[in-house]
Design a binder for this molecule. Sequence first.
Ligand SMILES: [Zn+2]
Ligand SMILES: [Zn+2]
Length: 301
Amino acid sequence: MRALVPPRALLHKSGMATEGEEAGSRMPPGARLRHGMRQAGRAIVDYALPPRCPACGTIVGADRQFCLDCWSSLDFLGGPACARCSIPLPSAVPGGDLECGACLADPPPFEGAPAAVAYGPAARTVALRLKYGRRVGHARLMAGLMLAPLRALAGEGEALLVPVPLHRWRLWSRGFNQAALVADALTRLSGVPHDHDLLLRVKATPPMRGKGKRERARIVAGAFALAPGAKERARGRHLILIDDVHASGATLRAAARILRRSGAARVSALCWARVVPDAATGNLFDFAALDSDMQSERMTG
Ligand SMILES: [Zn+2]
Ligand SMILES: [Zn+2]
């Protein structure tokens, strides 16, 4: 299968080969030998473990690259959307921000919640492989595609990335927080700093499988708290919650509500994938189908 090279700026592989070649020609002999051995080692690894599409596993040309089919299937959510929660809307209003009915009826405690892509088969597989398959390299892939919405969201302000925390029991059992890995990668790519310890998850929440929007909100109520010293670090800043999947928004709402008590100037959210309504069925959030993907674990959102 032919592999598509996504825009270079997105995957941050720009000029990798040429930089290496130029660097090689300027190096002293010892460093050049080590550089050459590293390149040879990499070639051997690539031969034994060729880069694969993060969604379907097809062999592709380089790491962190989707195959053509998966790349084409990603929905980058560029159309008209709710100014508050970023759910796609059927049409835009010229010269004004439009909010969806759900946000007008019950305004979320965050200003804007863009996502890189709509939640679909390829986006879901990437998120699941990071979370349960321990493919931690996928965090950088996700961050690369979250960079454009981050830049639009963060602007020139004093932004600070705050990953949605896991309860310490889940952190011990999983060994890492996928949202924190994505925030780290975003910091490396964008220069926007992160703070892993600003927000705490003080309540272990039961699985949200099969639960509706209201029940999810009840489950995560009281799950978050500000860490000691959070107010000094957050005052006047634009806090951006980072998470993998934005489903009902219950988790983001609960976390943002607590962050607003920190004295931050603004609170918003940025996720890898956004669950969007199914236009064909009119089903706003098909949580049953969503959660069957999520095995026995709690679904974020
Ligand atoms: Zn693929
Ligand atoms: Zn909305």
